[in-house]
Design a protein around this ligand. Structure first.
Ligand code: IMP
Length: 180
């Protein structure tokens, strides 16, 4: 992967480890919802690759939808303000919803999403996140299914971006940028 100037990528979680963990998380969801249907809601764009892999490992009746929110500008810092850019396509009333996130960081996005999704009366609501950076949390929210807990580093790959780049990396990598 070409990286510009002094940008440096360092592998944090390898593709094989991600695959193994995604399978385990899917098995857990399959056990928890045995005999029921689950409705996965992916938070665009970061969660699209995680959701695609996860849903194919879940051994239940499933349906999927997507919601897009923006809380980050072009850089690494959260603006702290969450906006819905693309809403759900269909009602979730009475469904077992699993909200699928790429990463839980400050928790601002998740706490906003939990609030607006809960208002739509799902039967149950759980959160799956590939990555969790608990040291950065500003809101008291947590995931029910966490792939990996990671240190306070800015990561890219497997759906996660920096200014829309690097989503296609197969590994999750730490991105080091030259000081501004
Ligand atoms: P939060 O609202 O601070 O929890 O941020 C959640 C969103 O910020 C995630 O869904 C990501 O899109 C983005 N984000 C947070 N940390 C990172 C990171 O390390 N790399 C890439 N995106 C991140």
């Amino acid at each position: 992967m070409p990286v510009g100037g002094q940008e440096k990528l360092k592998i944090l979680i390898r593709r094989a480890a991600i695959q193994k963990r995604v399978h385990e998380v899917a098995q857990q969801i399959t056990r928890d919802f045995r005999g029921q249907r689950v409705h996965l809601i992916g938070v665009l764009k970061g969660a699209c690759i995680f959701l695609s892999d996860l849903v194919r490992e879940i051994n239940l009746e499933t349906s999927i939808d997507f919601i897009a929110v923006s809380s980050y500008g072009k850089g690494k810092q959260s603006s702290g303000q969450v906006r819905v850019l693309k809403d759900l396509d269909s009602s979730i009333e009475g469904l077992n919803v699993v909200l699928v996130e790429d990463i839980l960081d400050t928790g601002l996005t998740l706490s906003y999403l939990l609030r607006i999704i809960q208002q739509r009366k799902p039967k149950s609501l759980r959160v799956a996140a590939l990555l969790d950076k608990p040291s950065r949390r500003l809101k008291d929210v947590n995931g029910d299914y966490i792939g990996f807990t990671i240190p306070n580093e800015f990561v890219v790959g497997y759906g996660l971006d920096y200014a829309e780049r690097f989503r296609n990396l197969k590994d999750v990598c730490i991105l080091n940028l030259p000081p501004e």
